[in-house]
Design a protein around this ligand. Structure first.
Ligand code: ATP
Length: 712
């Protein structure tokens, strides 16, 4: 019996096919599992036929319905794997198939596809223009180097005709996948060695013979990043029945490498810009760790309860709702976990954690009572960054502590005054039966330190915002050793005021740090626009050592440029929002595929009212997102973390609001804190904008936010 495989190009369109066409696909595919090659060729219903004037002689089409045909790559070398590459209306299927050429990449050994006809047509035009260009894109890379990286004759000629990155992007949909990625990395300025390591080596099979083996079945087996092999009728039924979630199956090689490495010597750090599949990598790591031993117990954490609920659903999907496996994973936030530990270790009612605003009020009371020369804001920050950040328990520890990163110097006399304030603050909390989340974390870390670690592995998503007190809980939840911590995060998305040096907390990732660069969520236009928001600033690395960058960060998707527009009044801006939402709904977007966000809940109230009045269903996202409920999602910028929508409108990006003046410590009070506050607000806008998959609309009334100066 022949074997059957599905290319990613087929899945890209599968979910949008109508029911009868999907049924046709299932019926046709079942035949591939039931008949011999000779029977397939003779089957009248399937009508397997070759494509006239095809660039690839192995191209065939098959009947799906009267009007739809499947495009199949058929082996002609005696091997037995058929590959379904697309399903299209009859005429389109033939045109598409005739232009495509499948080939094996000489370096990665994977199967790639190109639009050979378009490449032949376009290259000479670009070559003519290139003759008079002052500089070509790949001047500095020799033919020999390009060939070692898998570039073949046709692609080499095209590459030599390009003058800049924009032209490379214009070729992107025509070029073979792995070769395109090699060229994109080179165009970003990565050295050939780095490109070999990050693009070729991660794909090339470990046991690849010196000379490529060319039979189609072997080449298909080398292409797990883009092709799914189906082993039996049950698997076929399952994958065609369920909505297809590409992230479950087709990992980018850089994702697969980090998630499925058998074992690491210690903590691992995976960074990458928004939408690069860090959460997906974390989930696959959980799957791998569960499969390694029946004794593994895993803590999977993320930042908010809403995100934890989303992770739980995704994990269920990835593990096919296997109850035994799911029972071995706790998915929660660090705070909830810490509360659980403290609750289990104490009798009586546990103290109630206060929110930021209530804590600020308490600090104000302290300042007033003790008549101190500090502001409540200063004390709250000192307590958070220095006292809790370093887990200082008494005056002596505080007197000797480093206050790196704090702008105002404090001599011993001043420190004594601060400590008096700390003691008074904590006394207030005790008297009122209250606490703070970070104090609960400090307590939980202490309790965990005295007992055997409850987990064999801890996987941390959205790690960039965790406070040292939260890291201490995670450190204590698993014994130091191989595969203890797997950490994913993006320092460009830091939106809370946390500063960490992971090394000083016993979490060293040196030699085990990886970066993801391909964005699966947003179009290149949205990414490039959003990345410019961060261009003027330096971003500290996730582990607190050195800085991070978005070099090489890119998307394979293309679309419209984001719109940024100012209005003369709030009312006009809200009216434009309603119009924008209506246009998207008319285009066929479902309400829940549209996200509207703003810095303040107040701005969302106005938007909600206007949208409702226009008959548009809306749903406020606060904490948990109600599953299944329909409505345009309205969320503050903070609540947008980790979410994504086909279209996003960021409202109210005006001076005074973004950055929010009240949240910015005056420069004269504390210069480093002032800069940190501004950076946090800038990152917040970046997070909001990078939630958009296809459409991004940014608006304001009055004067635009100063952060928009670099992008428009
Ligand atoms: N290998 C993949 N194939 C297809 N889709 C993928 C893949 N990896 C990730 N995605 C999709 O890309 C989107 C972003 O992925 P994910 O949420 O894991 O990224 P992230 O890096 O954690 O993003 P952020 O930092 O912005 O929260 C999701 O819709 C996810 O399903």
């Amino acid at each position: 019996m022949p074997r059957l495989a599905f290319a990613q190009s087929f899945w890209d369109g599968y979910d949008t096919l109508e029911k009868p066409i999907r049924a046709g696909v299932r019926k046709a595919m079942a035949k591939f599992q039931a008949m011999s090659v000779a029977e397939l060729n003779a089957d009248k219903g399937l009508h397997l036929e070759s494509v006239e004037n095809a660039r690839d002689p192995r191209m065939r089409t098959i009947r799906i319905t009267d009007f739809w045909r499947g495009v199949v790559l058929a082996p002609d070398d005696g091997s037995d794997t058929f590959l379904l590459v697309n399903v299209l209306p009859h005429d389109d299927a033939y045109t598409w198939a005739a232009k495509r050429l499948y080939s094996q990449n000489s370096a990665t050994r994977a199967l790639e596809v190109r639009n050979a006809v378009a490449l032949d047509e376009l290259t000479p035009l670009y070559e003519t223009a290139a003759r008079t260009a002052p500089r070509l894109l790949f001047t500095d890379v020799s033919d020999g180097t390009l060939r070692e990286l898998g570039i073949d004759d046709q692609v080499l000629r095209a590459a030599r005709s390009l003058v800049d990155k924009a032209q490379l992007e214009a070729f992107a949909t025509l070029l073979p996948e792995d070769q395109l990625e090699v060229l994109q990395y080179l165009a970003e300025g990565f050295s050939p060695d780095e490109v070999y390591r990050d693009v070729v080596a991660v794909r090339r099979p470990a046991d690849a013979p010196a000379e490529p083996v060319e039979d189609l079945a072997t080449v298909i087996a080398n292409t797990s990043a883009r092709i799914r092999l189906v082993t039996g009728p049950q698997e076929l039924e399952e994958i065609l029945e369920k909505p297809f979630a590409a992230w479950r199956v087709f990992l980018h090689p850089s994702q697969r490498r980090v998630a499925y490495r058998a074992s690491y010597g210690g903590p691992v750090q995976v960074t990458g810009g928004p939408g690069t599949g860090k959460t997906v990598a974390a989930l696959h790591r959980v799957k791998h760790l569960l499969g390694r031993s029946e004794d593994s117990r895993i803590l999977l954490t993320t930042y908010t309860n809403a995100l934890a609920a989303g992770l739980r659903d995704m994990l269920g999907l990835l593990l096919d709702d296997d109850e035994e496996l799911l029972a071995r994973v706790d998915v929660t936030t660090v705070d909830s976990f810490a509360h659980g530990v403290v609750r289990a270790g104490s009798t009586g009612t546990p103290p109630k954690p206060l929110g930021d605003r209530e804590q600020r009020q308490l600090w104000e009371k302290v300042v007033k009572q003790l008549a101190l020369p500090f502001s409540a804001q200063f004390l709250a920050q000192e307590y958070r960054h220095v006292v809790l950040g370093q887990n200082l328990r008494d005056l002596d520890a505080y007197l000797g502590a480093s206050r790196r990163g704090r702008g105002t110097g404090l001599g011993p006399a001043r420190r004594r005054e601060v400590w008096r304030a700390v003691e008074r603050f904590e006394q207030f909390l005790r008297d009122r039966g209250e606490t703070t989340h970070l104090r609960v974390c400090a307590r939980a870390a202490g309790l965990l330190a005295d007992r055997p670690a409850p987990y064999t592995h801890v996987v941390v998503d959205e790690a960039q915002d965790l406070h040292p007190a939260q890291w201490r809980v995670l450190r204590a939840a698993v014994a130091p050793g191989p595969d203890d911590l797997f950490i994913t995060g993006d320092p460009h998305q830091r939106i809370y005021d946390s500063r960490v040096s992971l090394g000083s907390l016993g979490i060293t990732t040196a030699g085990r740090s990886f970066r993801l660069r391909v964005n699966y969520r947003s179009t290149e236009e949205i990414l490039a626009w959003s990345a410019r928001l961060l261009a003027p600033v330096d971003i500290e690395a996730l582990d607190g050592e050195g800085s991070d960058s978005l070099a090489g960060y890119r998307s394979l998707l293309h679309g419209h440029r984001p719109q940024a527009r100012g209005y003369s009044s709030r009312q006009e801006e809200t009216e434009a929002l309603v119009e924008w939402v209506r246009t998207l709904l008319d285009k066929g977007l479902a309400p829940h595929e549209i996200g509207v966000c703003a810095r303040f809940n107040l701005s969302l109230d106005a938007a909600e009212e206007k949208l409702k009045a226009a008959g548009v269903p809306v749903l406020r996202v606060k904490g948990q997102v109600t599953q299944g409920a329909e409505g345009v999602r309205l969320a503050t910028m903070h609540a947008m973390k980790g979410l994504e929508f086909r279209a996003v409108c960021v409202l109210g990006v005006a001076e005074g609001s973004v950055p929010f003046t009240r949240e910015i410590t005056p420069r004269e009070v504390d210069a480093p804190q002032h800069d940190a506050d501004l950076l946090r607000e800038r990152c917040l806008l970046f997070v909001a904008c990078t939630r958009a998959r296809e459409t991004l609309n940014v608006s304001w009334s009055g004067t635009a936010s100063p952060f928009l100066a670099q992008v428009s």
